[in-house]
Design a protein around this ligand. Structure first.
Ligand code: ATP
Ligand code: MG
Length: 401
């Protein structure tokens, strides 16, 4: 699959070359190819303009024409194809003010952040490496392309990117590059929060998160980030993290559960512009962690834990209470649950109304259904209409008259 993706990228490059343009695999894909890592996305740089690419391929999605980028769908895969460009001016610290298309890959590589990300590869695996990125890759070093001070001032996001690459790759940051980061760290305040969120997510999800965080603490990154800057004790809690969190919201859940001084999950998520869906998952995980602290790995907890949050929940429990929950145990418990949702209960609100004819309809119906749901789960009553009827009438005898 992976090999296939790379092979298709080379085919795509050859098609572009066949039309008389230059084309290369660039950036993260070249880096990850040499590292033998999973390729997230394969970026192609070309001398063809977006318009010319549109005339070559059938399925082209104009994702960022202004910046020279289109998405090409080729044999079931997506490739970001970007025209060689140079950038200038980042006055809003969000996007370059101006991009100009250029005709040489060397100029295109010069705008890239780190030497390990500034290599290009032909379809025959010939490497174009004007900044000795391969050497730095072998030396496990993150080094800015050109003057670090100038490059970080141009776009302070690169500061965060250096820290997150340290966390993902366990690479040291070159001395001059690191000195510039220390010196300019307060510039991260100028970044749009959306860009910060993307990089922070990758930082906390790095295989070497403790290493990336050590650098981050050393340069006082968190003193310049929203909420952390007002709650220094949150930063102390981050110091206990030694394994990755796959989602940023899970870091917030961790902080929220471990310290009473933490802002609410809603405040964290709104500040870091996470979606409502993410916020709801965060709230759900908070609730479940709390429930675990009260009653351990109960049937009720497993029932309320959505399958897609299982792994994240287990990771959170490990981080918060140092207890290990075995995934197989959770899956076995899930399989032995008598019901998997309220819909599986063999009675409905209408049955309750029939059994309590003297009562007016009201919130008691939902309350009773919830009680029955929990009793069925805890095997206090069998999920069968007559058993439930007997149980509920015993627990809540109908009032006389
Ligand atoms: P990932 O594996 O997370 O995708 P990546 O290095 O591929 O890492 P992308 O955001 O996909 O990161 O960017 C692709 C390439 O574009 C980078 O490898 C780098 O060459 C260049 N790049 C990305 N962001 C910047 C930036 N802020 N400044 C300079 N170059 C950048
Ligand atoms: Mg990438």
């Amino acid at each position: 699959m992976q090999v296939d993706h790379f092979k298709k990228a080379k085919e795509l490059i050859n098609i572009i070359i066949g039309k008389g343009y230059q084309a290369y695999i660039v950036g993260g894909a070249v880096r990850d190819h040499f590292l033998g890592h999973q390729l997230n996305d394969i970026d192609i740089a070309t001398s063809a303009t977006p318009y010319q690419i549109q005339t070559i391929f059938e399925k082209v999605i104009p994702v960022g024409i202004k910046h020279g980028t289109v998405m090409v769908r080729y044999k079931g895969e997506s490739f970001e194809v970007t025209t060689f460009r140079s950038e200038s001016g980042y006055s809003d610290y969000r996007r370059p003010d101006h991009v100009s298309f250029v005709d040489s890959i060397d100029i295109d590589l010069s705008r890239r952040d780190f030497t390990i990300n500034a290599m290009a590869m032909t379809s025959t695996h010939h490497l174009i490496d004007p900044y000795k990125g391969k050497h730095d890759l072998d030396q496990q070093t993150i080094r800015a392309v050109g003057s670090p001070i100038r490059r970080f001032t141009e776009d302070p996001l690169r500061i965060l990117r250096a820290l997150r690459f340290a966390s993902q790759l366990n690479f040291r940051i070159d001395e001059d590059t690191y000195t510039a980061i220390k010196c300019l760290i307060d510039m991260v305040r100028k970044l749009s929060i959306e860009r910060v969120t993307v990089e922070l997510t990758k930082l906390f999800n790095g295989d070497f998160v403790d290493y990336g965080l050590k650098y981050s603490f050393d340069v006082h990154l968190f003193s310049h980030l929203p909420l952390f800057q007002d709650h220094p004790c949150m930063v102390d809690q981050l110091k206990t993290i030694n394994k990755p969190f796959s989602k940023l919201v899970d870091v917030f859940v961790f902080l929220n559960r471990i310290s009473v001084e933490s802002p609410s999950i809603t405040t964290w998520c709104k500040t870091y512009r996470l979606s409502n869906r993410t916020l709801n998952n965060g709230k759900r995980l908070c609730y479940l962690v709390n429930l675990y602290e009260e009653e351990g790995c109960s049937a009720w907890l497993i029932y309320l834990l959505p399958e897609n949050l299982e792994q994240r929940f287990i990771r959170l429990i490990e981080a918060i209470s140092s207890e290990r929950i075995d995934m197989h145990h959770v899956q076995m418990m899930r399989r032995s649950l008598p019901i998997s949702s309220q819909k599986d209960i063999k009675i409905s609100g209408n049955d309750l109304i029939k059994w309590y004819p003297q009562r007016e309809k009201g919130p008691w119906i939902q309350d009773y259904l919830k009680e029955i749901e929990r009793a069925v789960l805890e095997a206090k009553v069998i999920n069968h209409i007559s058993e439930i009827k007997e149980w509920v009438l015993r627990c809540h005898p109908p009032e006389n008259n």
